[in-house]
Design a protein around this ligand. Structure first.
Ligand code: AMP
Length: 184
């Protein structure tokens, strides 16, 4: 498995654009569209993710709505595995199971199809992926949902971890966490 050097990480980090005060004052939004549109940087990132996860026993890659779909679907195809979207409540057409999680004000809910991880094994191994972990609320709910569905979450992967928010503490209680890049 290839580990990224400090230079590799700096190369990828500088492809992610900071947008201050989006979507509201005080938030620095990490815009990954600038990384995605750079063919060389996106390919380099996907090569790294492929090298890491082709060594693991994974049956499905599950991406969180919506930027987790981009990395998750590309990685699933490279690993020759199926892709499962974990969607915001009310978007999936078939029977779903859901998991609620707390927001600053109120609650949100994510869902998967009830048969999302059905396969020829009693318990599918699922890799969870999203672009970014902040407070960890979304990822914790997603990992819990995977486990609740009867599958096993082998790892939660994030392109970027805002480590100062310590969001990965809660997720690590459910599954190992891997972050390609970190902002301390
Ligand atoms: P959280 O549940 O707080 O860990 O938030 C994670 C989700 O919100 C991910 O799906 C991210 O795409 C998005 N998100 C949270 N904070 C940011 C940020 N500063 N920049 C970009 N996306 C963010």
């Amino acid at each position: 498995m290839k580990t990224l050097t400090t230079e590799d990480k700096a190369y990828l980090l500088e492809k992610i654009r900071d947008i201050p005060d989006f979507p509201k004052p005080g938030i620095i939004f990490k815009d990954i569209t600038t990384l995605l549109k750079d063919a060389q940087a996106f390919h380099f990132l996907m090569d790294h993710l492929q090298a890491r996860y082709e060594e693991m026993d994974i049956d499905f890659v599950a991406g969180i709505d919506s930027r987790g779909f981009i990395f998750g679907a590309a990685l699933a195809d490279r690993l020759k595995k199926g892709f499962v979207p974990i969607r915001k409540q009310g978007k999936l057409p078939y029977t779903t199971i859901g998991e609620k999680y707390a927001l600053e004000y109120g609650f949100d809910e994510i869902e998967i199809h009830i048969d999302a991880f059905a396969c020829d094994k009693p318990k599918a191994n699922v890799l969870l992926i999203d672009d970014l972990i902040a407070t960890g609320g979304t990822a914790k709910a997603a990992a819990s949902l995977i486990e609740k569905s009867g599958a096993h979450c082998v790892e939660a992967c994030f392109i970027l971890n805002l480590t100062f928010l310590r969001g990965d503490d809660a997720v690590k209680k459910i599954t190992p966490v891997y972050s390609v890049l970190e902002i301390n």
